[in-house]
Ligand binder design. Structure first.
Ligand code: IPM
Ligand code: MG
Length: 374
């Protein structure tokens, strides 16, 4: 097994460091190689996704990714901005299926922005299409308007588009995931359910999306399919989030809804993600960003990255037992009351990045979880 480790910017290096320690604690045989990406790569090598970093990612079985982005690079031309690194990796590696589980861990119910009775037991899987939609559609750019409300003035435009095969393959990922979750005991006794989120009432792109979802669904009669407009979905996520099982949607809507869902679980610092191609190769990253405001302070929550490493073991490296061990260890440290500041509440132990990593490692190796009440 070869893992490419791309820590990136901001808090990326600190949180990835803890995840790598956790992987070592499992004593699995794997090779790893680290490379620069994002703003860090731009500063050292003049490009956010240097050729060597892309080649390493292409050669690896899986990629563990931290985060990219820093305000100091916001003025660069778009092609050189740190965000282009993650967009480029998704595109070049064909990582079209983005899995973002939003799970409310029982000890964190109090940290949610919603009432405990709405989020207790919350377990949603958001599946975001990741290589199409308005993120990658051409043409895009700026020009002088020839029509519209203000001809002759400067305008900017992007293109929203999806082809039938792009929608078909993400639909299969969603229905299969719902089937698997139901088989694993998902929504107590119920069938697996896919909620397809679109804007078919306004957009051609999402009318095709809806049509294709209906067609592919014919192959999965055991799974329930419902359609929901994105504005309604944004509302239902905060009104009755437990009604969702698997949510499948396009790149742009998925970007927005997954941040919203993250907050239901207590902190965006808790949510891992997997970005997969069609052959179980994947890139694994926390869904939060680089948080340059807290970088280097040792307070970032490493759990989303540690849980991303667990997803990597499960989906790309065929090590489900090791993934289970990480996930149980994370449950154990939360049950023991350890909290980074983002999930801290009265009566729990506030710890830093490193101490949280130590605690997960201790739980994995069967040692007592250190309690460092501050
Ligand atoms: C995400 C991020 C990225 C996205 C940015 C960093 C380009 O917000 O992974 O959700 O918009 O996809
Ligand atoms: Mg996002």
């Amino acid at each position: 097994m070869k893992i490419a480790i791309l820590p990136g910017d901001g808090i990326g290096p600190e949180i990835v460091h803890e995840a790598v320690r956790v992987l070592h604690a499992l004593e699995l045989a794997f090779e790893s190689e680290t490379a620069l990406v994002g703003g860090a790569a731009y500063e050292a090598q003049g490009h956010p996704l240097p050729g060597a970093t892309l080649a390493l990612a292409q050669a690896a079985d899986a990629i563990l990714f931290g985060a990219v982005g820093d305000w100091k690079h916001d003025q660069l031309e778009r092609a050189l901005r740190p965000e282009q690194a993650i967009l480029g990796l998704r595109k070049h590696l064909g990582l079209f299926a983005n899995l973002r589980p939003a799970l409310c861990h029982a000890p964190l119910v109090q940290a949610s922005s919603l009432k405990p009775e709405l989020v207790t037991g919350l377990d949603i899987l958001i599946i975001r299409e990741l290589t199409g939609d308005i993120y990658f559609g051409q043409p895009r750019g700026r020009r002088t308007a020839v029509d519209g409300h203000f001809p002759g003035t400067e305008e900017a435009f992007d293109t929203m588009r999806y082809s039938r095969p792009e929608i078909e393959r993400i639909a299969h990922v969603a229905f299969q995931a719902a089937r698997k979750r139901a088989a694993a005991g998902g929504r107590a006794g119920a069938r697996g359910k896919v909620t397809s989120v679109d804007k078919a009432n306004v957009l051609e792109t999402f009318q095709l999306w809806r049509d294709v979802l209906v067609e592919v669904h014919a192959q999965y009669p055991d799974v329930e399919l419902e359609h929901m407009y994105v504005d309604n979905a944004a509302m239902q996520l905060v009104r009755a989030p437990r009604k969702f099982d698997v949510v499948v949607t396009g790149n742009l809507f998925g970007d927005i809804l997954s941040d919203e869902a993250a907050m239901l679980t207590g902190s965006i610092g808790m949510l891992p993600s997997a970005s997969l191609d069609g052959n179980s190769k994947g890139l694994y990253e926390p869904i939060h960003g680089s948080a340059p405001d807290i970088a280097g302070k040792g307070v970032a929550n490493p759990l989303a990255t540690i849980l991303s490493a667990a997803m990597m073991l499960r989906y790309s490296l065929d090590q489900a037992d090791a993934a289970d061990r990480i996930e149980s260890a994370v449950q154990a440290v939360l049950a023991a009351g350890l909290r980074t500041p983002d999930i801290w509440s009265e009566g729990t132990n506030k710890v830093g990045t490193r101490e949280m990593g130590d605690a997960v490692v201790a739980a994995i190796t069967g040692k007592t979880i250190p309690s460092t009440r501050r």
